[in-house]
Design a protein around this ligand. Sequence first.
Ligand code: HEM
Length: 99
Amino acid sequence: MFISLSTFTVANDTHELVKEAFRNRPRLVEEAPGFLRLEVLSPEDNPREIWLKTYWTDEESFKTWYKSHHYHDSHHGIPKGTKLVPGSVSVRYFRLVGE
Ligand code: HEM
């Protein structure tokens, strides 16, 4: 299994709208080969921060989706005016060690 963790921090007051967009997300990623599941988290100590965990069968599947137009289509609903804290976007990759 391959896990990608994307984190970013919304700089302005659209963070609740961004969360709403995640609740109503287009669910296109479900069609991507190798996609297993998605979790959207926000830490209690900073509600403007968003953590996106996607689970994939393998790294290649994630990278193919990340480079595809489906990735861009999945982001059409980002609320207008959303600004990110500069330098806050990070993508890190994980292997599952145990459960
Ligand atoms: C950094 C790498 C990122 C990855 C890997 C990623 C991944 C994803 C995935 C898997 C979905 C669900 C798509 C679907 O349902 O088809 C999604 C949706 C979404 N993402 Fe991202 N994302 C990233 C960056 C961002 C950033 C920087 C923002 C800034 C606000 C953002 C905002 C959203 C929003 C609001 C949605 C809900 C769907 C929509 O609005 O159309 N994402 N993202």
